[in-house]
Design a protein around this ligand. Structure first.
Ligand SMILES: [Fe+2]
Length: 178
């Protein structure tokens, strides 16, 4: 069985208008963090959402919006410190691709890849320890991301996925079927 390096969480859609305001505001400060422009987010904003709120109790984190300018690529890498994160794409106007290459070893020039195709308002567990890259085209790209207090030595993609999927709070906040 192929284990994908990402997983769409079956929780309610997250649609927080304040995030759009933060992105659009000239007051928002963007600082350089691991070569991304990042705006940090207040915890109490995220914790208004039931999933993020309960997640924090079990897996404390800080949250931010990362910005990748138009016509930029963030080359193949594994994260220095993060084993896993939870991401949500906030901008869908332009073209952008988030790619993983589980079989890229060293600096191979030729290898396969798979794409994480973000859907609006959906949150994804993301394996930061599988080689990944982003290529972004004609619009700035914004992603809401979490950084857990536990780094890659303490919290892995597999652990978090199992913890969230088995967490008893999933039933309460499960995606509602229409
Ligand atoms: Fe990364």
């Amino acid at each position: 069985m192929v284990v994908l390096p990402y997983h769409e969480l079956k929780v309610k859609d997250y649609n927080e208008p304040e995030l759009e305001r933060i992105i659009a505001s000239s007051q928002t400060e963007w600082f350089n963090y691991h070569n991304f422009l990042t705006a940090s987010l207040p915890l109490d904003l995220l914790r208004k959402d039931e999933f993020y709120n309960q997640l924090y109790n079990q897996y404390p984190y800080q949250a931010g919006i990362i910005k990748l300018p138009k016509y930029t690529c963030y080359n193949w890498h594994k994260d220095d410190t993060r084993g896993v994160c939870i991401n949500m794409l906030l901008s869908f106007k332009g073209k952008g691709h988030c790619l993983f290459s589980p079989d890229r070893i060293g600096s191979l020039d030729s290898h396969g890849f798979i794409e994480l195709k973000y859907k609006p308002y959906k949150r994804y567990i993301f394996n930061n320890q599988v080689e990944h890259m982003v290529v972004n085209f004609e619009e700035d790209r914004y992603v809401l991301t979490l950084e857990f207090m536990d780094n890659k030595y303490k919290l892995s993609f597999e652990n978090l996925l199992a913890g969230i999927t088995n967490g008893n709070y999933m039933d309460q906040i499960a995606e509602t079927s229409i």
